[in-house]
Design a protein around this ligand. Sequence first.
Ligand SMILES: Nc1ncnc2c1ncn2[C@@H]1O[C@H](COP(=O)(O)OP(=O)(O)OP(=O)(O)O)[C@@H](O)[C@H]1O
Ligand SMILES: [Mg+2]
Length: 456
Amino acid sequence: VLAFTLIDVAAATGGSLEGEGGARVLSVVTDTRQGCAGVLFVALRGEHSDGHRYAEDALRAGAVGVLVGSEYSGTGPLVRVPDPLTALAALAAAARARLRAKVIAVTGSSGKTTTKDFIAAACGVERRTVASRASYNNEIGVPLTVLSADEDTEVLVVEVGSRGLGHIASLAPVVGPDVAVVTNVGSAHIGMFGSIEVTARAKSELVHALGGGGVAVLNQDDANVLEMAAGTGAAVVTFGRSPAADVRAQNVTLDERACASFSIVAGTEQTDVVLRVPGEHMVINAVAAAAAARAVGITLHSAAAGIGGIESAQWRMQISDKGGRRIINDAYNANPDSTVAALKTLVSMGRGRPTWAVLGHMAELGARSTVEHDLIGRLVVRLGIHRLVTVGADARPIHEAARLEGLQPEEATFVPDADAAIRLLRDSLEADAVVLVKASRAAGLERVAAALGDAE
Ligand SMILES: Nc1ncnc2c1ncn2[C@@H]1O[C@H](COP(=O)(O)OP(=O)(O)OP(=O)(O)O)[C@@H](O)[C@H]1O
Ligand SMILES: [Mg+2]
């Protein structure tokens, strides 16, 4: 973090200081399990627990102070505010205003975390770079990310999620992007937004947050994203597969693990890159990252070197080869676009081997849920995937659609839960099968992937 004390916290948040406020805060946490020595602990009220219950523990364990709501009855050192979450944003906005770093912010329906990690790697080759942890992208994660940068940080990469209109706009003073990247606009979380148009407007708020001298980095291949170019006074750089893109991928080939090799071309510059993260859809994330890195002055060559070093995050397109079998664990999350991308990756890895898609429910699709699951079932058939295992009642339309589209009863199986899926797979998987496991987090299909791994 930047150098600040509880006195500064009180000033930035309009809160009142109680107790000694001169010590320097070394980091900001909202969870005592992240360590308390030298920290400012922010007591947030969650769905399941209230951070105020842990404030005393935090102080006992070495916190410099706690940021608490007006009802808090404990003693300091503390800063008391009407709402700690609002105060966290105010503190982060004050920190943002002091940062010297260039801030690159990333939003979109899919691929935010991947693109954020690619950008951080691309910039990290030449600059001191700080990026969001994991998928920290909401009204808590974004301020914490900004507060994790310090005076020496040269590039700060921030993942920004959106849960509705106005959400990103409200985070704008915290993020203060110099570069705004929009990966794509798809049907992820469409149950919450209501329509693709509203989704696009919600994501465009990141572009509107750009100040003078800002750069919008937009997907040339996604019409809903490209349209955002018209609504901004900022400079626009586009990325994509299409020849019209400013930063583009050429000559894409996939290896046996479905990892892409290609050239990135930008103006007269060109460089080759080999990805370690499987899936052809990673190509677009890579050129997005190269475009963003270039916008802060990183050479294409350094960007490509950084991007090529990134491996898959846990449960996201993780490949494990057990005996002759391959399990692709993408059970971290699922939406229609990422499921399509994963199914295509499965097929390109198949190469004559038996292919299995083990699919669970895709959450947060609202009224579009049945239609989107149905489309996935049809795609499984159209892609020529050999076996479909649909897990859980909420995912059932995938199964029904695949049957209607022509899969035979022995090719498409519906099972009620993960345990039944595990039993079926243990009994029926061929020795050389390639198996994709994918669903939204709540479906818990990572257990299936783990069980298959353990079976050998
Ligand atoms: N450009 C893309 N198009 C479609 N799917 C993608 C793309 N990039 C990544 N994915 C897939 O989407 C899923 C989520 O990827 P990632 O975690 O990068 O996205 P995210 O936008 O950060 O998601 P979240 O909203 O959960 O934070 C993974 O299954 C990944 O393989
Ligand atoms: Mg994410």
